[in-house]
Write a protein that binds this ligand. Structure first.
Ligand SMILES: [Zn+2]
Length: 328
């Protein structure tokens, strides 16, 4: 459940524009929400719909507790329609069905709102159908088109929409949002260092595979510190079996890089920047094992390994070489 105050934190410009439309009592017939996945488009569209339907709205802020607000939260408000891709695309029939629904006046008020998710996936026929619909706007209808890729939307549709650009989130904001969503502080630090996509970060937080990546990185460090002779054994028996795809291995190396950045943070007493906050003892040990120079050199080695994996060098080979470099 989001409020405008929270949305203004994440997307100041877009939120302000929508809030203003309530202040001036001028809600457009169509909006295009454009921005990467995880930038809050869906959350903002739900909040906007609530503000439109809520009868206890104060300023732009909906009450969040009336029947209208509740039914929007649970996804069954009779005058709010969602259109999402069926399979790979949004088809003409889906738009036709929507239009048919809209020939009846709103079930409970005169207002109707529809939200098209992944609007760039509309087929040409669906787009043309929607265009006709937008050309004859009904006073009480509001459309929200959500898309990651604005340029693929027909110009004729774009020109009929008020454009709202959703900006990428900054890492600190992502971290705060994740903690608000119940992610632990240490995981939030790690995830927000890997992606500025809130949705992806939340998915990774639930992902057992990713939880094991974190564990494996810590284990690799422990092996390098305490049992350097077993480094290659660990790589072949524990590490490699977990990273079947090259993209997965890249992710593992990203986390390993964050570890070495932490070693440097630890050596420089940059407390606030430390990511692995739950691994203090390991970090202390690492700060004795690695100097600033050798940790920095390790970062370069990992970057080089990432580059090789991109260039299709055999992953096993790359990891074995990297392990030998890291334990120099
Ligand atoms: Zn309400």
């Amino acid at each position: 459940m989001q409020t405008w105050t929270q949305m203004k934190d994440i997307q100041p410009l877009a939120a302000q524009m929508l809030m203003n439309s309530f202040k001036k009592d001028r809600i457009s017939h169509a909006y295009l929400f454009q921005g990467n996945r995880g930038t809050g488009k869906r959350e903002m569209s739900i909040l906007f719909a609530k503000s439109i339907f809520c009868k206890n709205r104060e300023g732009a802020e909906p009450c969040q507790s009336c029947r209208d607000c509740h039914r929007i939260d649970s996804g069954n408000h009779p005058d709010l329609h969602w259109i999402e891709p069926e399979g790979q695309s949004i088809k003409k029939e889906q738009i036709l069905h929507l239009q048919k629904e809209f020939t009846y006046t709103g079930l409970e008020s005169n207002r109707k709102v529809y939200i098209i998710v992944d609007a760039e996936k509309m087929t040409v026929n669906a787009s043309n159908r929607l265009l006709k619909f937008l050309e004859e706007p009904n006073q009480q209808t509001t459309a929200m088109l959500l898309t990651e890729s604005g340029p693929t939307i027909l110009d004729t549709i774009r020109s009929r929409c008020q454009l709202l650009a959703f900006q990428p989130l900054n890492p600190l904001r992502v971290r705060e949002k994740l903690v608000e969503e119940g992610v632990s502080e240490s995981n939030a630090r790690l995830l927000s260092s890997l992606t500025n996509n809130l949705t992806e970060a939340l998915e990774m937080n639930e992902d057992e595979w990713f939880a094991n990546v974190r564990k494996l990185v810590i284990q690799l460090i422990e092996v390098l510190q305490n049992k350097p002779n077993e480094g290659l054994l660990f790589i072949n028996h524990q590490w490699m079996p977990h990273f079947k795809e090259r993209t997965q291995l890249q992710r593992g190396l990203d986390v390993l890089m964050l570890w070495f950045q932490d070693v440097i943070n630890q050596l420089l007493d940059r407390e606030e920047s430390i990511i692995f906050t739950t691994e203090r003892e390991n970090l202390n040990q690492a700060a004795m094992r690695w100097s600033r120079q050798s940790a920095a050199r390790s970062l370069t080695d990992i970057l080089e390994a990432k580059r090789k994996i991109n260039q299709n060098v055999h992953p096993n080979l790359v990891m074995e070489q990297l392990t030998l470099q890291l334990q120099r």
